[in-house]
Design a protein around this ligand. Structure first.
Ligand code: AQP
Length: 339
């Protein structure tokens, strides 16, 4: 007799990027590239994290515009709204609704240990707000709302995903099984792209020095110029040594662009000088970004289509998120039948 075909349920993936500025090569290689790679095999939710962005003061009209632009950039990179749920975080009020529950299940001590809080409060000493402190709780809600199994992120976000696991386990233990326990999904190469001007700190889109980062929308000549100016060292030899941060960063960028290991790239450049490494890295970055930039420009001219994608994405995300909120509200003793 013929066996019935059993449908294997896809695992769920969620991630997002803050629309604090134009996205960098670090955002692409550390996160976005994996979003695209994972959408075929996973039930994927990718959001523009505008609620996280306001932990640092933003201009309102720019934030609104940039959120749409970043969603268009997601699509230009290959995220397909037919395959992935693409949405803007603030369009799904369930993120804020779950946040309070999870704030009440997170300890101050845990939040005080978060490296990103320490870094960002040093950078924004005039605005160390409570949102900056509780940012990882909202991030935990983003993940738990969709019962996500895997979270494609750069290495800097590993600590937040680990905290999410702790909060979810604590809640499940106190109230009964409610949330899926997620795992970070960090690329082997490109997980931590460093600043071109200070290769001991992370390439960041809000770096006040534009020579420190490559924006995904930089013109080819600008990319070439920034990489030419990248800080290296005086040793002159190309070896895959993480302690030689500048050279190692260029090797990582080249490798991540071409899907190679750092060792393969170092062997390819053995005996070459830094000038060659910089030029060929610039070529690799430009060839990778050029088609994305062209598609991005095309998509931005399709305003009605983008609007439709954003509305549909919010509806799909809400349909999933509300189920989790109902379940969690009921567990803590709220009357959730009206949700
Ligand atoms: N330099 C990087 N290398 C690898 N991955 C990176 N990511 C960010 N920078 C690098 C990954 O991109 C995703 C989105 O990051 P985010 O915008 O939510 O926040 P962030 O980590 O704080 O990124 P930025 O660019 O440094 O933003 P600003 O300047 O606004 O604080 C995450 O998966 C992150 O790991």
């Amino acid at each position: 007799m013929e066996q019935p075909i059993t449908q294997v349920q896809k695992k769920t993936v969620l991630s997002g990027i803050q629309p604090t500025s134009r996205l960098t090569l670090g955002n692409y290689l550390g996160a976005l590239k994996n979003f695209v790679a994972m959408q075929e095999d996973y039930d994927s939710y990718y959001m523009v994290a505008d609620m996280h962005a306001i932990t640092v003061r933003q201009n309102a009209s720019e934030l609104r515009k940039r959120s749409i632009e970043i969603l268009a950039l997601y699509m230009a990179c290959g995220l397909d709204p037919e395959k992935s749920t693409l949405f803007i975080q603030s369009h799904v009020p369930e993120h804020a609704m779950l946040n309070w529950l999870m704030c009440c299940n997170t300890y101050m001590g845990e939040l005080s240990r978060m490296t990103q809080f320490k870094d960002k409060s040093a950078k924004h000493a005039d605005n160390i707000n409570a949102g900056l402190f509780t940012y990882p709780v909202l991030m935990a809600c983003d993940i738990l709302l969709y019962q996500a199994n895997y979270i494609p992120v750069g290495a800097d976000q590993k600590q937040h995903v680990e905290l999410t696991r702790d909060i979810a386990e604590r809640f499940n233990k106190a109230y009964g099984d409610t949330f899926t326990i997620p795992e970070p999904f960090i690329p082997k190469v490109g997980a931590r792209i460093m600043s071109l001007q200070d290769p001991t700190s992370k390439m960041s889109k809000s770096d006040p020095n534009p020579n420190g980062y490559i924006s995904m929308l930089d013109e080819p000549e600008v990319i070439v110029k920034k990489l030419k100016r990248a800080v290296t060292d005086s040793e002159g030899e190309i070896t895959p040594n993480p302690e030689r941060a500048g050279v190692y960063n260029l090797l990582s960028i080249y490798s991540a662009c071409l899907g190679k290991t750092i060792e393969e790239t170092a062997a390819e450049f053995a005996g070459e000088n830094y000038g060659t490494l910089k030029t060929r890295t610039a070529d690799a970055v430009v060839s990778m970004l050029e088609p994305i930039q062209a598609e991005y420009k095309r998509l931005l001219s399709e305003k009605d289509y983008l609007g439709e994608v954003i509305r549909n994405g919010a509806d799909k995300a809400r349909a999933r998120a509300v189920k989790t909120v109902r379940k969690a509200y009921h567990k803590v003793g709220f009357d959730s039948y009206k949700l």
